[in-house]
Design a protein around this ligand. Structure first.
Ligand code: NAD
Length: 296
């Protein structure tokens, strides 16, 4: 078992840190939020007073932060110059490829190993320890990270060099945003055509409309498995974070000369949703923009 510093105990990080502690790792956790720290302590982590305390003596440091700027500042202010040589940095946040590559180079210059290891699966999978990890980094860093990631997930893929994990994650979320919007507009249309949402779900979830958005994260309260829709679209994956990912994908597509018309439309719609003051709502709450009667 390893001593692990864990920074960022929000919707995703809280369950991930709890799973590491539950598997017997010595987890020293830090978040700016006192409430998040108290939750981590209840789950068997040691609540640290700052990043420096969390990473003291750690063999590995996991970060689960909102965006690239947070990762860069936590590394620059709290990790580089403090972490012992050979420490493994695992960043599971979803951030841009350029920042992922830059921090990996800085880590290497500081005698540390770094991987980008973003996740798919949402809070349900974070809590259950069934996330999917997509890892960018050297073979040596991947081999060291693999057992730690396996304690938080059901699948761990090595997809290439530093930054490759973020590239795969960005493409994954391009699909996710599109299927969520399509699922929401279909529920809204079915409702306006007089179809009961449960009846539509019963058919669509076993037909060609099935997807994670339809089957697992159903955006209608009381229909499908428990999801943020059943909790007034609170918790889960904030719409502002989905918008961030779609902006990352748009920038990457421009750089690479790729055409992403569905992703572009999804970004416009999430932009409008966030503009309405809904950035903190779960991303499935976008169903409210389509006038669905059953979305509250
Ligand atoms: P969140 O906003 O719930 O959690 C982020 C946490 O980081 C917060 O608790 C915040 O207090 C903390 N934080 C911010 N700056 C900090 C600092 N300097 N030091 C210590 N703590 C700091 O976000 P989340 O939903 O847990 O998502 C985290 C990352 O995972 C994001 O990059 C997101 O895109 C990605 N992601 C989220 C989901 C999801 O379903 N929520 C799924 C896959 C990937």
């Amino acid at each position: 078992m390893a001593r692990i510093g864990f920074i960022g105990l929000g919707n995703m990080g809280s369950g991930m840190a709890a799973n590491l502690a539950g598997k017997g790792h010595d987890v020293r956790a830090f978040d700016l939020s006192g409430e998040a720290l108290a939750r981590a302590a209840d789950a068997g982590c040691l609540a640290a007073g700052d990043v420096a305390e969390a990473i003291e003596g750690a063999e590995a440091i996991v970060t689960m932060l909102p965006a690239g700027t947070h990762v860069e500042s936590v590394y620059a202010d709290g990790v580089f110059g403090r972490a012992a040589p050979g420490t493994l940095l695992i960043d599971s946040s979803t951030i841009d490829v350029a920042t992922a590559r830059r921090v990996a180079e800085q880590a290497q210059a500081a005698g540390l190993l770094a991987i980008d290891a973003p996740v798919s699966g949402g809070i349900g999978a974070a809590n259950a320890g069934t996330l999917t990890f997509m890892v960018g980094g050297s073979g040596q860093a991947f081999d060291r990270a693999q057992p730690i990631l396996a304690d938080m997930g059901k699948a761990v893929f090595h997809v290439g060099a530093n930054g490759a994990g973020q590239a795969v994650k960005m493409c994954n979320n391009l699909v996710l945003a599109s299927t969520m919007i399509a699922t929401c507009e279909a529920f809204a249309l079915a409702g306006k055509l007089g179809i009961d949402p449960q009846a539509f779900f019963d058919v669509a979830s076993v037909s060609t409309a099935q997807s994670w958005s339809m089957n697992t994260y159903t955006p209608v309260p009381g229909v499908g498995p428990d999801s943020p829709a059943d909790h007034d679209y609170q918790g889960g994956f904030a719409a502002a974070l989905m918008l961030k990912d779609l902006r990352l994908a748009a920038a990457a597509a421009t750089d690479a000369g790729a055409r992403t018309p569905m992703g572009d439309r999804a970004r416009e719609l999430y932009d409008a949703f966030v503009e309405q003051g809904q950035g903190g709502s779960d991303f499935s709450g976008i169903i409210r923009m389509f006038g669905a009667d059953h979305a509250g």
